[in-house]
Design a protein around this ligand. Structure first.
Ligand SMILES: Nc1nc2c(c(=O)[nH]1)N[C@H]1C(S)=C(S)[C@@H](COP(=O)(O)O)O[C@H]1N2
Ligand SMILES: [Mo]
Length: 257
């Protein structure tokens, strides 16, 4: 019988062969199209896939449960695990769809957060105004679909507090984000209102460093790494689905941990 995916070469092929059934099931369900090479999977995840476990995690992330089922399973009152400050990794572990030396720092002095959609007061915010909002802190695990993770300490205003402050319609379905590096993202309202969803301005008690999203990034304890946009420039509340950077490349949208 023919292999359900295009045989790749050498060790790459062995890594995919380990997961032949999972790849086949994703193809049958229309979640993956055509042949799959390790190179293509690496493109999908934006992560280095060098072990059998990391390949499996990447495939499982694509597989997921569908968004509606995951939204139903999501308990808005259930808290994700937190950890002692002694476990915090310093500095944090960087990832993006490009290398760290390609990060273009955002100028905090001219930066503005724009608001759109179903929000009563769309006046833009500056860095000082965001800093004056009530601050929450959480020590949580960051999980990237590549198969690595780390414990990080994040501070900033709860997204729920911010949405209330600007008069957002929290009955809307989605909160969408735009970023300085063209990494659009969007999340379900239940997760937006979860107490462990922060608009983070600090890591390990200090202002976010440029690679980690200065001056403002999303940090959620309940979702995978790629759902946490860095360098946010705009927030929109909407009933229109807009997906996100990796979601447009085949990744699951709900992406709960
Ligand atoms: N703006 C932006 N946000 C992003 C990304 C990106 O490429 N651009 N990559 C995502 C991915 S895949 C991960 S794992 C995390 C990494 O966050 P960290 O560098 O703070 O650990 O950022 C997410 N947010
Ligand atoms: Mo990631």
């Amino acid at each position: 019988m023919r292999s359900p995916f295009r045989p790749d070469v050498g060790p790459d092929r062995a890594l995919l062969d380990d997961h032949r059934r999972l790849v086949g099931s994703l193809q049958r369900r229309g979640l993956l199209r055509g042949g799959l090479s390790l190179g293509a999977l690496t493109m999908l995840t934006g992560c280095d896939l060098t072990s059998s476990k990391s390949v499996q995690d990447a495939l499982l992330a694509i597989s997921g449960l569908n968004d509606e089922v995951q939204a139903l399973l999501f308990d808005p009152t259930k808290l994700a695990p937190t950890y002692p400050a002694s476990m915090v990794l310093k500095p944090a572990k960087f990832n993006a769809y490009y290398d760290v030396d390609k990060v273009k720092p955002v100028d905090g002095a001219s930066w503005k957060l724009e608001l759109g959609g179903l929000i009563a007061d769309k006046t833009p915010w500056n860095v000082g105004q965001i800093a004056a909002l009530p601050e929450n802190e959480m020590v949580i695990r960051h999980v990237c679909v590549e198969g690595w993770d780390y414990i990080g300490q994040w501070s900033g205003v709860r997204l729920s507090t911010f949405l209330q402050r600007v008069g957002a319609d929290t009955r809307a379905k989605y909160v969408a984000f735009r970023t300085a590096d063209d990494y659009p993202s969007s999340i379900d309202m239940a997760t937006a209102l979860h107490p462990q969803t922060l608009l983070a301005t600090k890591y390990a008690g200090e202002t976010l460093a440029d690679p980690f999203g200065f001056p403002l990034r999303l940090r959620m304890a309940t979702k995978l790494g790629y759902k946490n946009p860095k360098w946010i420039t705009a927030i929109e509340v909407t009933n229109t689905y807009s997906g996100g950077y990796w979601e447009k490349r085949g990744f699951n949208w709900f992406a709960g941990i």
